[in-house]
Design a binder for this molecule. Sequence first.
Ligand code: NAD
Length: 698
Amino acid sequence: MTAHLAVTDGIAVITLDNPPVNGLGLATRRALTAALGAAQADPAVKAIVITGAGNAFSGGADIKEFGSPIALQEPNLLSVILALEAATKPIVAAVHSVCMGGGLELALGCHYRLAAPGCKVALPEVKLGLLPGAGGTQRLPRALGVEAALNMIVSGESVNSELLMQVPGQQLFQRMADSPVTLLAQALAFAAEVASLRPLPLVRHLPAQHPQGDAYFQFARNMVGSMAKNFPAPLKCVDAVEAATQRKFDDGMRLERDTFLNLMWTPESRALRHLFMAERSASKVPDVPANTAQRAINSVAIIGAGTMGGGIAMNFLNAGLPVKMLEMKQEALDRGIATIRKNYEAQVKKGKLKQDKYEQRMAQLSTTLSYDDLKDADLVIEAVFEELSVKQAVFKELDRVLKPGAILASNTSTLDVNQIAAFTQRPQDVLGTHFFSPANVMKLLEVVRGTQTAPDVLVTVMALAKRIKKTAVVSGVCDGFIGNRMIEQYGRQAGFLLDEGCTPAQVDAAMEAFGFAMGPFRMSDLAGNDIGWAIRKRRYVEKPDMKYSKTADLLCEMGRFGQKTGAGWYDYVPGKRDAIVNAEVVKMIEDHRAALGLTPRKISDEEIVQRLVFSLVNEAAHILEEGIANKASDIDVVYIFGYGFPVYRGGPLNYANEVGLFNVVQAMQRFAQNPLDDARFWQPAPLLARLASEGQTF
Ligand code: NAD
């Protein structure tokens, strides 16, 4: 049973018991309703306490039911709350640890609420593009006050129970328990005390008013509107809270319900819910049991203290793990350590890191020039130059000194992890950990699984990723792994667009209007145009019949490598990110077009977006089909967390699903007719063609 009833001394205690967070799925709602009915019917019961087992009062709706009809199946949460309100015996909610979403709405339907200190209280629905749908927008303003309630509903952030107790005039919690340990005893005493008090107080009967009335809501709309640009839910939260101040309770409830159901159908909410599930499932690897025993990781060594090595080291130091860095020369170590210090000091200056924490972290960092010092490391991450011969030398040394069972990882972005593994006598212990730059900031980690990587090595690294607060996705071995393999096609399309008539600024503006943090040319300027150049030079040899625009090469020949040289597709003023259009670059593109004998045509923003985004989609379908990615949602996670794909569109494959795969394929077939484009690339990947013809989604 997911809720139990126990009666002692005239008080019934109903305990929600649905691990991990007492989610209010159908079974729990049924069990709770049954327990409530039994307590109501039992003449020995004078009052009722509702609490949660384990580490939560309730985390709210059961995520497995999201968006499915089961969430609405009776008794739905609204009906459960109505049943609480209709009870003829007083009900005390004893909340602790986590009281969120539907859990808080449930508590607000009780007559009294008692909180344990340290309880995290929130209505986080807005983070899924929704608003609270079981009375939260109507009851919280009445119980807590309009302004504090609106802040919670619009932000979705959790607030500690102690802080909420201090809100003037609040009726959210009548009392605070001394500690989570005494909560239940104090709840029983509270229930006994109020057992014979009548009438029973209901939050719905409290007034909800803001002294500034309309002016306050106008102000709130301005604030929320400018912050929530692409998301409809936050403004709808304001509407619903305003309704709580203007309408009768039941009318406000109707508005909340209608709005909730409408939001549920918006693409933005679908995208956010998709990403929520996608992020959770990213760590699950289909053919590796979740209960596979992990290897212990208590110390980390990093080879190479350059750009990536330093950033990677910071992740582990932040998580409290000791890190040893190895370089060939002392000067390189000194430089690497100085950069780490500089980064931490900037955080201290901004007040983001306490001085003592900074010192603790640096105390965990040590350096060496000798591989023999690494013999005790549990995990070694290599981040040396991107050259196979250098990697070979490093992995041979690691194989010589490391203890059995140590994990050997490479941060390579383009080399073959299987080849690197073969440099050792223990390929089962080798895998890739592809961090993104800046490695201490970017959330994405591609974990590259070699053909021989042992399952326990994989689960260990996936779990470690969580410890260092990364979102990790498993990729198979291929050139560019998931993310960079896709971006190569995107970059190629961006080049064709220039040849056909676009300017870099036009392409960037179209992609930024679509929602990307940066268009392809600004992004390339940030990453360094020389990186793409090096990759293309390799491609010209490996795949001589692959079509490319030459403008990016011409740009590099002009020495315009991007922000680091102050000049790329755009000009940059030192210290500023503004991209300034450069006439020479525009002329170079025009001259090149003329040399090819092309007449520029006007290209719509829609075509720009479709060609760039669908190029990602088609390559992603190949990646999925080849088993490089385990699931479509993993690819969306890569693009959201590593490449600035607009969150409200849920990733390239979620977006393709929204557009409809049939339409995506139709567009590809149109692009294939364009003689200046690459007809072969635009043949829909077999997986995509099949899904589209069957009317399915990724
Ligand atoms: P970097 O040039 O900044 O740093 C490399 C460091 O390795 C240098 O400090 C160098 O002294 C040291 N080194 C070279 N050979 C060594 C050896 N034999 N033993 C010990 N130390 C040695 O390079 P980076 O940008 O940090 O890249 C490192 C790795 O990470 C490469 O494989 C690269 O492809 C990959 N990577 C880079 C990025 C990025 O954006 N820079 C992103 C993802 C992955």
